[in-house]
Ligand binder design. Structure first.
Ligand code: NI
Length: 258
């Protein structure tokens, strides 16, 4: 079954039909789902969802765009809650220079990215990394803290094949979602066609980034077959093989998921 490695079902865009939608996933071939924390509130909602749904697991972390809300108190809360059986990763954490142009704020993003990477190291959980318009700094920072010792994924990968290889060399997985189906996504198509199949994870980042033919609409894990189909087409292999391999990859990375 499809392993959804990055969803935000806590988002208010799902308030109208969350239960119905989550209940429909299994029948559509979606197996396990990881719900990703981004703010403190989203982390709390993520934990509640993990209690409500057997197939849903949680990642806890503060998104770089929310770095200004991060405190020592929240940091220690995440540390404590990361010991729960259904907390399977730290994230999403990282750097986002697309939305943040201010140098002081970027420096705060780097600080909390580092600190939360140490959380991953300390808890033994994999890191889910968001990196946008910050390739060089992400790589430099990760090399500086010996991130090759911390397992993880670069989610919603948006850089070149060369950059993908640099992250692969550190042992990281590459998260691929709806963008790969966009006609103008040349770089990502090249990445999806050429990196080892054993290092790709399927993800939506829903409610954002719906694939073709649903581009622009609210996204959900139900759209993952379109992503798997496009990766399969690019590689010239059956879609089923992409689904199987990415599920195995996710289980290898997220070891607390049974
Ligand atoms: Ni996300």
């Amino acid at each position: 079954m499809i392993f959804e490695s990055h969803a935000h079902y806590d988002d208010s865009q799902f308030d109208g039909d969350r239960e119905e939608l989550l209940a429909s996933l299994a029948a559509q071939g979606i197996g396990r789902v990881i719900n990703i924390g981004s703010t403190f509130e989203a982390c709390q909602k993520t934990l509640a969802l993990t209690e409500q749904y057997d197939f849903l697991y949680g990642a806890l972390g503060i998104h770089p765009s929310e770095a200004s809300e991060m405190t020592e108190e929240i940091y220690h809360w995440i540390l404590k809650k990361s010991r729960l059986p259904k907390t399977v990763a730290i994230g999403e954490i990282g750097l986002d220079y697309y939305w943040e142009k201010d140098e002081a704020a970027r420096s705060s993003q780097r600080l909390w990215f580092c600190r939360q990477m140490e959380l991953a190291r300390e808890t033994g959980l994999p890191a889910i990394i968001h990196s946008r318009d910050a390739a060089e700094d992400t790589l430099k920072l990760m090399q500086g803290i010996h991130a090759n010792q911390i397992p993880g994924v670069i989610h919603c990968f948006s850089y070149s094949l060369d950059m993908a290889n640099a992250f692969l060399d550190m042992g990281y997985y590459i998260g691929i979602g709806g963008v790969v189906t966009f006609h103008n996504a040349k770089k990502l198509k090249e990445v999806a066609a050429n990196i080892p199949l054993g290092r790709i994870l399927l993800e939506t980042d829903c409610p954002y980034l719906s694939p073709e033919p649903n581009r622009g609409k609210r996204n959900s894990s139900l759209n993952l077959p379109y992503v798997a189909q496009e990766i399969a087409r690019l590689r010239g292999i059956p879609t089923e093989k992409v689904i199987e391999a990415t599920e195995e990859n996710a289980k290898r990375l997220f070891q607390k998921v049974p």
